[in-house]
Design a protein around this ligand. Structure first.
Ligand SMILES: Nc1nc2c(ncn2[C@@H]2O[C@H](COP(=O)(O)OP(=O)(O)OP(=O)(O)O)[C@@H](O)[C@H]2O)c(=O)[nH]1
Ligand SMILES: [Mg+2]
Ligand SMILES: [Zn+2]
Length: 309
């Protein structure tokens, strides 16, 4: 029978069967290795066994969302998703556009559609809250993403969110405490999911969700709630691909050099556009920061490669 992995742990997986039932299943060593470790959202073939179901095959993934793990290895965060919803809060925890830019770049590299979900819109009046019109101008008008202010607390924007994800398989990702699980619950109140209070001193999340979980919201709509991420490294993106991961750079005229990395090369259209304000300076700064990190990681890899020779 064909099923989807609802959650994957060390001791096996939980499968969502087509009828809506969920069952525990084991994954044989060679099936596990062939898939590089099954993840939440994988589509599998499974058969019932005497004690447990058994996964016999993991089907090829249509898409993945990846980051570079803190150990420096590419890590698949979710499989078979149509769209990435980057969930951030206007404040509590504070919004960091640098983090958003990392996730968006990685999703672009994985050729996934993205939307920016600005949660906790009920806190918009607070002095420390980020400004919705400013973020909308930056990410929607400047980079072409859907930007949706919502509140899991008051329900504002939830009908629009439902409409945005209808018929799709989406993954919610973002920092701990941004309200991913709260939004998943607001969209599907019957679920038994845990929402966590923020740290009272730092107003950061406490990493309440510890494993990704695929939720079926009816019809063809699926949503994966994921654990909040501390860091989102994009060191898996090659230097010369990074520029393509910023949509507003793609529409600019060609630079003087075909292999321009938009750093200090002469007659660079991207730097020119950032200088003149036709693209946002902070997005260009994010680009340069990521480029620097990728360069360092590539150098470290080649150093350890030559040391091994
Ligand atoms: N004011 C306000 N608080 C919210 C909103 N959404 C969530 N919260 C609160 O934010 C805190 C964190 O919510 P969670 O849903 O656990 O956040 P999360 O993103 O799933 O966090 P992790 O599982 O740790 O990654 C909880 O105290 C929620 O009640 C909102 O729209 N407005
Ligand atoms: Mg959570
Ligand atoms: Zn350039």
């Amino acid at each position: 029978m064909r099923a989807r992995i609802q959650s994957a742990g060390r001791r096996g997986v939980i499968l969502a069967l087509p009828g809506g039932e969920t069952v525990k299943a084991s994954v044989a060593g060679q099936v596990y290795l062939a898939a590089g470790g099954p993840v939440c959202g994988d589509v599998v073939e499974a058969v019932p066994g005497t004690h447990r179901w058994r996964v016999t095959k993991v089907l090829p993934r249509t898409s993945v969302l990846t980051r570079t793990s803190p150990l420096g290895k590419p890590q698949v965060l979710a499989a078979n998703v149509d769209r990435v919803l980057v969930v951030v809060s206007l404040c509590r925890p504070p919004l960091r556009t640098g983090f958003l830019d990392r996730v968006l770049a990685s999703a672009e590299y994985n050729r996934l559609g993205c939307a920016v979900i600005l949660n906790k819109s009920d806190l918009a009046g607070l002095p420390e809250a980020a400004d919705i019109p400013e973020l909308t101008s930056l990410y929607r008008d400047g980079a072409g993403y859907d930007v949706l202010p919502v509140s899991a607390e008051t329900g504002a924007g939830l009908p629009e969110l439902r409409e945005l994800i209808r018929g799709q398989s989406v993954v919610l990702t973002g920092p701990s405490g941004a309200g991913k699980t709260s939004l998943a619950l607001a969209l599907n109140p019957g679920l038994d999911l845990e929402v966590g209070a923020l740290n009272a001193v730092t107003s950061r999340g406490r990493h309440t969700t510890v494993a990704s979980r695929l939720l079926h919201l009816g019809g063809d709509t699926w949503l994966t709630d994921t654990p909040g991420l501390r860091a989102f490294s994009v060191d898996h993106i090659p230097q010369n691909r990074l520029g393509h991961c910023f949509p507003e750079f793609r529409s600019l005229g060609p630079c003087r050099f075909r292999d321009c990395l938009h750093d200090s090369e002469p007659e660079c259209e991207v730097r020119g556009a950032a200088d003149s304000g036709s693209i946002a300076a902070c997005r260009y700064e994010s680009y340069l920061k990521l480029l620097g990190e990728i360069r360092e990681a590539e150098q470290a890899r080649s150093r350890s490669g030559s040391a091994a020779e």
